[in-house]
Design a protein around this ligand. Structure first.
Ligand code: CMC
Length: 375
């Protein structure tokens, strides 16, 4: 039995959702065949969510209808607001998020229906409600009044409005919009795979999304952005970056926000866009985080030859959008929910139970000794 550690380079399913390919030393990422750079330039998160769920870009009227459907679903049931109010204010926002997703399942009388129509309904509900859960939890834990969703605002604008209580500037809203687009899907990353494993047992969509949110939280996956921010704060000034990186690497420690399972020695195309966003926000707001990030990027390239991943420049973007450090992973989830739900629906449609094997390496054929006779 050959062991394929970490399922590196193992292809476990066919998918029509996103494609990563390395062409002439350059990585290309496409959602449903559309290049991520085009989507970042021309699209909106609502349009990309539609594309991921339905497989095609929407017409003008389809997009209007879809955006309306999301707006109508933004408000939370009072039971979920009650749950958020009862959580310890010290709970990590990702734990509050995954607990709320599970709770939403208890309020859905069609929870166990996995046909496409009901699944799309659940997906729209989750895409619309996740931002409200995150914003409400933050306001509750900081003792602030809830800011209810505003139907005049887009998905990204409305999230920042519910979080801060102020309508964001165009630049801020667009920065978050593009960030959500860039995080919306990424083939079989660990959290999407977790969602598909759950879906392959025909578990309900809430269970699959809980599996995904739990998996995303780890520092080797979406949790990296929060760790990046801890590093930016620790480094504090660009000139300290080089010695910080050198010493950390000498101690055999990992630099968060660098390296990738798929993009080995090639630039992650999302990083290009995120660096542009981080720079733009730095010019308008606090330039510190971007400058420190650039210095760290240079030092990691020099001492380890590693490139930044999607979580690296996301940190400076979020910091300049006034998002608290411990909510960075939640922003990843607000984007990725479109991809997770699209993958869950795809898995339900053409399902084979995902159940690999393990090579047993423990003791074998041991003689059972009654408890009285054990030493
Ligand atoms: N800092 C220092 N060394 C690293 C790093 C890093 N960030 N990433 C990889 N390496 C080294 C690693 O020590 C190993 O070196 P050696 O062969 O000398 O032992 C080599 O590079 C290969 O690493 P690996 O762990 O075998 O590679 P992997 O494909 O299993 O891991 C990774 C990918 C993302 C887990 C890893 O690069 C990492 O731990 N990065 C830091 C955490 C991070 O930024 N995670 C976000 C991932 S991207 C977006 C997302 O999924 O959320």
């Amino acid at each position: 039995m050959e062991v394929l550690e970490g399922l590196k380079d193992v292809v476990v399913c066919e998918s029509e959702i996103s494609r990563i390919v390395i062409e002439n030393g350059e990585a290309v990422l496409e959602y449903r065949g559309y290049n991520i750079h085009d989507l970042a330039k021309y699209s909106t998160y609502e349009e990309v969510a539609y594309l991921l769920l339905y497989g095609e870009l929407p017409s003008k009227s389809e997009l209007e209808l879809f955006s309306e459907e999301l707006k109508e679903r933004r408000e939370l049931p009072p039971q979920v607001i009650g749950l958020l109010s009862n959580l310890s204010p010290f709970s990590h926002p990702m734990v509050a998020l995954r607990t709320s997703v599970s709770y939403l399942g208890t309020l859905d009388k069609y929870i166990h229906h996995i046909d496409e129509e009901k699944s799309l309904e659940k997906a729209k509900n989750l895409i619309a409600k996740l931002p409200t859960i995150v914003a409400y939890f933050h306001r509750i834990r900081t003792g602030q009044k809830l800011i209810h969703p505003n139907e005049e605002l887009s998905h990204a604008e409305n999230f920042l409005y519910m979080l801060h209580g102020e309508i964001p500037s165009e630049v801020e809203a667009r920065a978050l919009d593009v960030d959500l687009i860039l995080h919306a899907d990424h083939e079989l990353n660990a959290s999407t795979f977790a969602a598909r494993v759950a879906a392959s047992t025909l578990a309900d969509m809430y269970a699959c999304v809980v599996a995904a949110t739990g998996t995303l939280m780890g520092p080797l996956h979406g949790g990296a952005s929060q760790k990046v921010m801890e590093m930016l704060r620790e480094v504090a000034v660009p000139w300290r970056a080089e010695s910080y990186v050198k010493e950390k690497l000498e101690r055999g420690e990992r630099i968060m926000g660098f390296g990738h399972r798929v993009y080995k020695n090639v630039v992650d195309p999302r990083t290009i866009e995120l660096k542009i966003l981080a720079k733009k926000l730095a010019e308008l707001k606090d330039p510190r985080w971007y400058k420190i990030s650039e210095a760290i990027e240079e030092a990691v390239r020099k001492y380890k030859g590693l490139l930044p991943n999607v979580d690296f420049y996301s940190a400076s973007v979020y910091a300049n959008l006034g998002i608290p450090d411990d909510m960075f992973i939640c922003i990843f989830a607000l984007g990725r929910i479109a991809g997770w739900t699209a993958h869950i629906i795809e898995q339900y449609k053409d399902n084979t139970l995902i159940r690999p094997r393990a090579k047993y390496v423990g003791p074998v054929r041991r003689k059972y000794i009654p408890i009285e006779e054990r030493g």
